[in-house]
Design a protein around this ligand. Structure first.
Ligand code: SF4
Length: 85
């Protein structure tokens, strides 16, 4: 493994107790995250269940969430990919 862009299906988990609804993630990764009726982030269906490709925008969204409410997990292995623990 080189760590380069090998496609790995990921799921996104949102800690709704932390999310403050800034909407930054939905702007960075509109194909992955949306704001729900409560104004909090939620992954679109494919990123909530089953997994889909990790895009640059999604990686940015996770990295720059101001309250660290987002986490990426491997869709297959379940292990956490980001942020680093
Ligand atoms: S960037 Fe973080 S705080 Fe803002 S809506 Fe997304 S998950 Fe919530």
């Amino acid at each position: 493994m080189t760590g380069s862009a090998e496609a790995e299906a990921v799921v996104v988990r949102v800690d709704r107790g932390r999310c403050i609804g800034s909407g930054m993630c939905a702007l960075s990764a509109p194909g992955s995250l949306v704001l729900d009726a409560d104004g909090l982030a939620q992954p679109v269906a494919e990123y909530a269940d089953g997994g889909a490709e990790l895009t640059d925008g999604l990686a940015e969204a996770v990295e720059f969430c101001p309250v660290e409410a987002l986490a990426l997990h491997s869709a297959r292995g379940g292990y956490r990919i980001a942020p680093a623990e």
